[in-house]
Design a protein around this ligand. Structure first.
Ligand code: AKB
Length: 318
């Protein structure tokens, strides 16, 4: 049985990935860590407060629990990263380099997500290929490209089992994202149910790839369970399931909430970031090398999101 450590488990992906991995591998085999106490994680399995930049404390936890697989989910996202680029660089790269060195020392496999943000204006916009020009114009993207390269380097140089996917915007009915350019695609669902009104920060015709959380969780586990002999790529795989613009998601939600009103107050930083990213990714390599196949699309995700958020509203949780 795997012994898994999740670093940055209190964030959008981590909080749901912890529960998912605990359901598969057993609660005691999945150690969650975050820089802050987190009741929902500590009440359901082993939990430690950890600042991932503290290499000594990080290594002690890996040693204490005899960890063999690390999920490094520490990241400041794209929009918030632009507010203090050097801070974003130090957090994102510090957590990654500690994860790489500790994984090397203790012989662990390492998963670190990359992002559609690793691409930039010179990358092909539509069906962006797996292997192409990557010249991002955000500090977040610079961290992601560097992260992909150094993770490949550790794989080649030391044989470290590093693996990764390029996540698009992740949509979830449990955890809100924070500081990303794609956050609007979650917020619109909450506002549709709560107030029936949404002010969108992204231009109406700006396409970005998105993924429903259950598919994101499935991708993490399937890639980490994949036969290494079949992996031609490692850091990092394009994955995709749906690409839409604000106008398209608005119209989809209106099929269920016809009175939803949407207006626009464009946030220039988010607009600049979104316009530098691909409209949609080509995920052929992930499909061929480890069997990636999403279960969700815009239509079935919208039904599911609205169902869960309406239940929260009925329970007074919004
Ligand atoms: C962001 O918007 O920064 C993230 C991402 C696409 O990596 N959701």
């Amino acid at each position: 049985m795997k012994k898994i450590l999740i670093v940055g488990a209190g964030g959008q992906i981590g909080s749901e990935l912890t529960a998912y991995l605990r359901s598969i591998y057993g609660a005691n085999n999945v150690v969650a860590t975050d820089v802050r106490e987190c009741e929902s994680l500590s009440s359901t399995g082993p939990f430690e407060v950890l600042n991932a930049l503290d290499a000594k404390a990080f290594a002690e936890i890996v040693n204490k629990y005899k960890i063999d697989t690390i999920y490094n989910l520490v990241a400041l996202l794209s929009a918030v990263g632009e507010k203090d680029p050097m801070f974003a660089w130090s957090i994102n790269m510090g957590a990654l380099t500690n994860s790489l060195e500790i994984a090397r020392e203790y012989g662990c496999a390492l998963f670190t997500p990359s992002s559609i943000g690793a691409f930039g204006p010179s990358s092909p916009k539509d069906s962006t290929p797996q292997d192409t020009l990557m010249q991002p114009t955000t500090i977040y993207g610079v961290c992601k490209v560097t992260g992909e390269m150094i993770s490949n380097y550790y794989n080649l140089r030391y044989g470290l089992d590093t693996r990764s996917v390029r996540f698009p915007g992740i949509i979830s009915n449990l955890t809100l994202p924070g500081g990303g350019t794609t956050d609007y695609a979650v917020e619109i669902f909450y506002e549709a149910v709560k107030s029936g009104k949404f002010t969108c920060p992204i231009p109406s015709d700006m396409f970005m790839d998105m993924l429903y959380m259950p598919d994101a969780l499935k991708a993490c586990v399937e890639l980490m369970e994949a036969d290494p002999a079949k992996l031609i790529h490692r850091n990092s795989f394009n994955i995709a399931s749906m690409s839409f613009s604000p106008d398209i998601i608005y119209k989809e939600i209106c099929k269920h909430i016809p009175n939803l009103q949407m207006d626009y107050k464009i946030e220039p930083i988010k607009e600049a970031i979104a316009s530098s990213w691909p409209n949609s990714l080509d995920d052929t390599c992930a499909r061929a090398e480890w069997g990636w196949k999403p279960d969700w699309n815009l239509e079935n995700m919208t039904v599911d999101m609205l169902k869960h958020i309406k239940i929260k509203k009925e329970k007074g949780l919004l």
